[in-house]
Design a binder for this molecule. Structure first.
Ligand code: RRO
Length: 326
């Protein structure tokens, strides 16, 4: 009932973890790949070429309606995630790698690494290029600098196409971009113009956390995380309206050419339903996965099926993108 697809890749359910949540270490990835949980795909923590410790702790806090993080890209380096996925046998869940090089050159080296180590049997099903990490001091979010974004994507897709022209078996890999939240209608239009000029782009994930929020504790009269004087990316249910607006506006502007993974503020099957109604083909779960663990996928799965049955929908395609206007 919950089948969905992006390009030629089919998923039994629309659920995936948000990159960064439960996906940095082997034991976390092992858990997400277990058939016990109803996510049919797994994405690894955004990675760099070499491993990083990330920012100082405390760097993640959660509250009733929100989370704040300034992790600073702690990860085990691309070879760790590539070897991990390449050495998994007999697991039918789809596997994606998130790349977040600190420079364009680092991203290109990682893409070259990925494609030259492409192993058809076990290999990964998709790459998500993260253009929206808000937490690296001195590194602005590429997704907010449209000239840089165009330069990045041009070089990235040129590199990918070079590999694909010499080995067409790579063509089945999904290529996507993780975007920051946008807030102004003209920004959606300008970003869409850039994105739609790359035919090979298969999906966008929107939204990343809302960058540079500040949470203050009244008792201690203090910030709640250490890096960047307490500034960090905001997630959780309070970001849902912003996430839905991004999903829907990009759905309207990009049409069916580029699939959307909706991310932001999902805590219930009803939230999943709304993301799909706004145009998402899949949904990723961040803060709520951190709070509840992977059982959240099973709860969302059941709740979404209940809503669909109540409404008489038999598949996600029956209502995807079909948001009504007054
Ligand atoms: O590691 C992080 O601090 C981080 C990343 Br890469 C990201 O894309 N989004 C986020 O909220 N935190």
């Amino acid at each position: 009932m919950l089948h969905t697809h992006i390009k030629n890749i089919h998923f039994n359910t629309p659920f995936i973890n948000a990159s960064g949540c439960w996906c940095r270490e082997k034991n976390e990835l092992d858990t997400l790949l277990s058939s016990e949980w109803k996510n049919d795909s797994v994405i690894s923590k955004s990675c760099t070429l070499y491993s990083r410790d990330g920012n100082m702790s405390p760097r993640y806090k959660e509250f009733k309606h929100l989370s704040i993080n300034s992790m600073g890209l702690p990860n085990n380096g691309i070879y760790f995630y590539l070897n991990y996925f390449n050495n998994i046998n007999n697991n039918t869940k789809k596997k994606m790698i998130s790349l977040s090089g600190l420079t364009l050159d680092e991203n290109i080296i990682m893409i070259e690494t990925l494609f030259s180590n492409y192993n058809q049997q076990a290999s990964i099903d998709g790459i998500e290029i993260n253009l929206s990490c808000p937490n690296i001091e001195g590194k602005p979010q590429i997704g907010y600098d449209l000239d840089s974004m165009k330069t990045y994507l041009t070089k990235i897709f040129d590199t990918i196409l070079k590999f694909e022209n010499s080995d067409s078996s790579c063509n089945r890999m999904l290529i996507g971009v993780k975007l920051p939240p946008y807030f102004d209608i003209v920004h959606f239009e300008n970003v869409s113009k850039i994105l739609s000029s790359f035919d090979r782009l298969g999906f966008i994930t929107c939204i990343n956390s809302i960058g540079n929020g500040l949470v203050i504790d009244t008792d201690t009269e203090s910030v709640v995380i250490k890096p960047k004087n307490g500034f960090g990316g905001i997630g959780g249910s309070i970001v849902k309206p912003t996430a839905l607006a991004n999903v829907h506006q990009f759905y309207r502007l990009l049409g069916e050419k580029v699939a959307i993974i909706g991310c932001g503020g999902i805590t219930s099957g009803e939230d999943v339903f709304q993301h799909i109604l706004a145009g998402a083909s899949m949904v990723s779960i961040g803060t709520e996965l951190m709070k509840q663990g992977p059982l959240v996928f099973n709860t969302l799965n059941e709740q979404l099926i209940t809503i669909m049955k109540q409404k008489g929908y038999q598949s996600i395609e029956d209502f995807r993108g079909k948001l009504n206007y007054l």
